[in-house]
Each structure stands twice: as structure tokens, then as C-alpha cells.
Design a protein around this ligand. Structure first.
Ligand code: GAP
Length: 512
């Protein structure tokens, strides 16, 4: 069922111009995607809402746009050159490469599915009398599977945390995991592969090998002092940035969930040492509010606290969304101490301190980071919004219930017929409204078909011009979610749209 739902999301994304596979006419490029004519607008609107909520609503947060290329020492200092690795294993027969931990997780998933099947059987057998909690605690088949899951998880975690690559391979051998392509258990050793892409810059620059940034955050850290000094910023203050990041993800799966080229929206908040835990709590609260302002059912979001923290962090939490394939990370909030700035101080030899007039001393600020993947957020909204509605009498409709302000088009202007002066009148309305909103204009097909097409791309309001419009100077507004139709005067349209689709209504929810 979930798999079916996710397939629907992917095919809807393609059919209505949201997402295409990159270079599709050449059979595509694994884990790389292009955004089409509707997708680019939804993506732009999410980015804009994030930007306004960060930069416009906080007087102490400013934005930057750093280059994708950075001095290679940046990535030595940040730890990415030495530590940004995935443990990979090759099957000698198929010559296919896999992430060792993903192979093991897929093995675990089979046992999770076994448990779910047992539970489903129980529900079928006992109906309303079925006590699921009790069943999960006592059924011998469920318990056997759960023990297996716990045992494998423990061994995997221990090996990953100790960087024990031989231990990971042994686990794959012990579990008798076979390559899904060749079916053989003929594995190489597990090796670490760095996730950064590198390319060459002309040797005359002295630095030939450079990297494509794997996160936008480092562009903020290296500009910390530039912004602080030129913007006369006082702690606490933040720097926000959106932009592309690149990671050599070997495992291409789950659509735009894990891509080689993706976009991040990151904000580093610089604070006095000792206050970082309070700011961490503040940003955790702010960010979940942002997610919830978009109308996603609250039970589909959860926090996932990191139990084992990275060596530079003193608190970390993920915001996870309940995708059709389970709860997965959409955003991370990390208290990163003074690690990054101190590293850049050391590697660059330049002081990156702040003079605190209140304390009358200089120090390296601490940092609380919020980091969200724009593409993953896009997938959250698309997945959550796509509904197949039963209209009764055997009729259904596909509707994309996106937050109106983020929809690709805020309204569609539709002359009922393509004659009698209706297109001309509709065109006048269109030309006026498009000064403020992204509007769609369409004359072809029956009005019913046109409404359905707008439902499928999430347009919140349709404006229909008919023969009466010529006489009464009014139109029919048709609302996406309720399908309600209302007759209004032409000079009322603007105010109604403002109420229905303005981004400021989303922003207001953040102030509660
Ligand atoms: N500066 C911190 C940082 O980069 P991260 O957890 O590695 O942290 C932050 O990435 C966010 O970027 C993730 O929560 C996710 O939404 C997104 N992200 C990471 N890798 C991605 C990928 N390969 N494809 C799409 N989004 C990705």
C-alpha cells in the first residue's frame, strides 16, 4: 500500500511537470533529477518561505550566497577530507557496489516486514478483539523476529561506531546476505569511500584539486568575520544561505530523497558560549513550528534525538517526516560548539573571534545550526498533498492540497468558451493579476477538465469568465479544496486572493 502510494507520487511528479529524471533521453543519470515547469515554482516558493521566515522575520539574521567552489583547505579544516566517508562493499560477480550498512539495513527490513505480516494476520483473525500491543509483546514469531533485529542492529552499530570495517564484512557474511543482482555472496572487503566530488582548477592557481561543496555551511563559517564586521552584527546573530551541495551517494533510491546534487537551506546562529543549549531549544521549537505551519498532520512529524553525538556537537536532533517508506530525516538541528570556527582559525592562521563589549573579552562564538534539504521538503509537501478523493457516485478526483502560497500557480483564469469576447475579458483579468501572482491561463477543453487539471497541480483558486461576466462584471471563483463556487465582482478578486494565497498568512503562524 505504502509502496503503491509512493509510486503514485513519483508518477504524478512526472506527469504534471514537477520532477523529471536528469538527461532522460539518454536513459537518465542515477540519483540526479531535474525540476520541471511546476516543480521549479513549488521549489522556489518553499525556498522563499524559508528565506522570509529566517531573514525577513529575524532582525538579527542576514543572508549570503557563497560560491560552490571553496579553497581546498576548507574541507581539510571541516573534517570532510578525512572523515566524510561511507563504508562500501563490492560484489565480485556483479561488480556492483553497495553501502555495507544499507545492505544490513535491508536485511533488517525483511524482519520488520515479517512482524507486520504477523500483526496483519492477527487483525484479520481477531477483528475488533485484537490487542496489538499485547500481541507484539507475546507472539513467539514476532519476538523471534524482534530478537533478530536487535541482535543485528547491535552488531552493526558497534562496528560502525568503532570504524570496524572487517566487523561489518563479517556481519554481511554471517547473515549470508547475497547481491540482489548476481545472487552471489562473493564480497570484497569493506572500504571507506569519500563522498566529496573533486575536480581540477588550473595548476597556475597553485591548487589543482578542488571539491564541490558537500554542504553549504562551510561557506557561512569562512565568511563569519566578513559579515560580522561589515554588518556590525552583535551576538547572537545568524547567517542564512540556500544553495546546491554535492555528495557522491552510491545508493540511488527513493526518488529525490537521496541525490548526488541537491539543495540545502542552512542557517548558522552564532551565540555566546554557555548559551548554546537555550538557543538549541529555541531553534528546535521554531523549526517544528515552521513545518507545522504548512498544514502537514502533526502525527507525521517527529523529533529524533541523536544518541551518539558527533565529536564536535553537544546536542543534535533530526526532524523526521513519515514518508511512505517510514520516518526519515528532513532537517537537522545541531549545536556545533566552536568546532568549525576554531578549525578554520587553525588552518587559515586568521583569528575568527568576537569582541564582546558586555563581557569585555574576545572569544570564538558557539554555533547552533539548522539544516534542511530543500528537495526533501519538496518531497514532504508533494507526498502529503497528493490525495485521491472519492466524490461519490463512482467519481473520484486527484487533488494536490499544497499550502496555497506555495502552489506553483496561485490562480488559473479560464474563459468558459473560446469566443464571444470571453477570452478578451479573461486576458484583461490575467494581465492584472499576474503583476502579483503566478497565474495560469487556459482556453482549451471543457471547464470540468480544466478544473481537474488545476486540482492536479494544486492551483488553489480558479477564476471562470462566462457570458454573465460580460453583463455583470463578475466571475465564478472555484476553490480547490472545498470545490465551492462563488460569484464575485471583478474588483473583489484581488482582495480575496490576498486572503487565500498570501505568504504572509504562513509567516503569521510562526509568530504565535
Ligand atoms: N551542515 C549540516 C549538514 O549538511 P546533513 O544532515 O548531512 O547535515 C542536512 O544534511 C540536510 O540535507 C538533511 O537533513 C537532508 O534534508 C539534506 N540532504 C543531505 N543529503 C542529501 C542528499 N543526498 N539528497 C537530498 N538531500 C540531502
Amino acid at each position: 500500500m505504502s509502496e503503491e502510494r509512493f509510486k503514485n507520487v513519483i508518477s504524478h511528479a512526472k506527469e504534471y511537470g514537477f520532477v523529471f529524471q536528469s538527461s532522460e533521453i539518454y536513459d537518465g543519470l542515477a540519483a540526479v533529477y531535474d525540476y520541471g515547469q511546476t516543480g521549479v515554482m513549488l521549489k522556489k516558493n518553499i525556498r522563499e518561505y524559508w528565506w522570509q521566515s529566517m531573514v525577513q522575520l529575524h532582525e538579527n539574521i542576514v543572508g549570503i550566497d557563497a560560491a560552490i567552489f571553496m579553497h581546498p583547505k576548507t574541507w581539510k579544516a571541516s573534517g570532510h577530507v578525512d572523515g566524510f566517508n561511507d563504508p562500501m562493499i563490492d560484489n565480485k560477480d556483479s561488480k556492483k557496489r553497495y553501502r555495507a550498512d544499507v545492505l544490513i539495513e535491508e536485511y533488517i527490513e525483511k524482519y520488520v516486514q515479517k512482524i507486520e505480516k504477523e500483526v496483519a494476520k492477527g487483525i484479520k483473525r481477531f477483528g475488533d478483539d485484537f490487542d496489538e500491543e499485547q500481541f507484539r509483546k507475546t507472539n513467539p514469531n514476532v519476538l523471534r523476529s524482534q530478537n533478530k533485529i536487535d541482535e543485528v542492529n547491535d552488531r552493526m552499530k558497534t562496528a560502525l561506531e568503532a570504524g570496524d570495517l572487517d566487523g561489518l564484512k563479517q556481519l554481511i557474511l554471517d547473515l549470508e546476505i547475497a547481491c540482489p543482482i548476481s545472487g552471489s555472496k562473493n564480497w570484497t572487503d569493506v572500504r571507506q569511500f569519500n563522498l566529496m566530488y573533486s575536480t581540477q582548477m588550473s595548476a597556475t592557481d597553485g591548487e589543482s584539486q578542488i571539491y564541490l561543496r558537500p554542504e553549504t555551511a562551510q561557506g557561512i563559517f569562512v565568511n563569519y568575520l566578513n559579515v560580522q564586521k561589515t554588518g556590525r552584527m552583535k551576538l547572537p546573530f545568524g547567517i542564512a544561505q540556500t544553495g546546491k551541495a554535492f555528495r557522491n551517494e552510491i545508493i540511488a533510491r527513493q526518488f529525490i530523497m537521496r541525490m548526488k546534487e541537491f539543495e540545502q537551506m542552512e542557517m548558522q546562529f552564532f551565540v555566546q558560549p554557555g548559551t548554546e543549549k537555550d538557543w538549541f531549544a529555541y531553534w528546535k521549537d521554531q523549526r517544528i513550528k515552521w513545518h507545522q505551519s504548512l498544514g502537514v498532520a502533526p502525527e507525521n512529524y517527529r523529533f529524533h534525538d541523536h544518541v551518539k553525538l558527533a565529536h564536535y556537537a553537544n546536542a543534535a536532533v533530526d526532524i523526521e517526516y513519515n514518508f511512505p517508506f517510514g520516518f526519515k530525516e528532513v532537517e537537522g538541528i545541531h549545536s556545533r560548539t566552536d568546532f568549525d570556527l576554531k578549525q578554520h582559525q587553525e588552518f587559515s592562521g586568521k583569528k575568527l573571534q568576537y569582541f564582546d563589549p558586555e563581557r569585555n573579552e574576545s572569544y570564538v562564538p558557539y554555533v547552533v545550526e539548522t539544516s534542511i534539504g530543500l528537495d526533501r521538503m519538496f518531497l514532504v509537501l508533494l507526498t502529503d498533498a497528493l490525495k485521491e478523493e472519492d466524490l461519490g457516485e463512482g467519481q473520484t478526483r486527484t487533488v494536490l492540497q499544497l499550502p496555497p502560497a506555495l502552489a506553483p500557480y496561485q490562480c488559473a483564469i479560464l474563459p468558459l468558451v473560446k469566443k464571444d469576447g470571453l477570452p478578451e475579458m479573461a486576458d484583461t483579468i490575467f494581465k492584472k493579476l499576474r503583476l502579483k501572482y503566478n497565474c495560469f491561463y487556459e482556453e482549451k477543453d471543457s471547464i470540468g477538465k480544466r478544473y481537474r487539471r488545476q486540482d492536479a497541480i494544486g492551483t488553489p483558486v480558479c477564476i471562470t469568465v462566462d457570458h454573465e461576466s460580460l453583463e455583470n462584471n463578475d466571475v465564478t471563483l472555484r476553490f480547490r479544496d472545498s470545490m465551492e463556487q462563488r460569484r464575485v465582482k471583478i474588483d473583489e478578486i484581488s482582495a480575496i486572493l490576498e486572503k487565500e494565497v498570501s505568504m504572509s498568512h504562513l509567516l503569521e503562524k510562526l509568530l504565535d
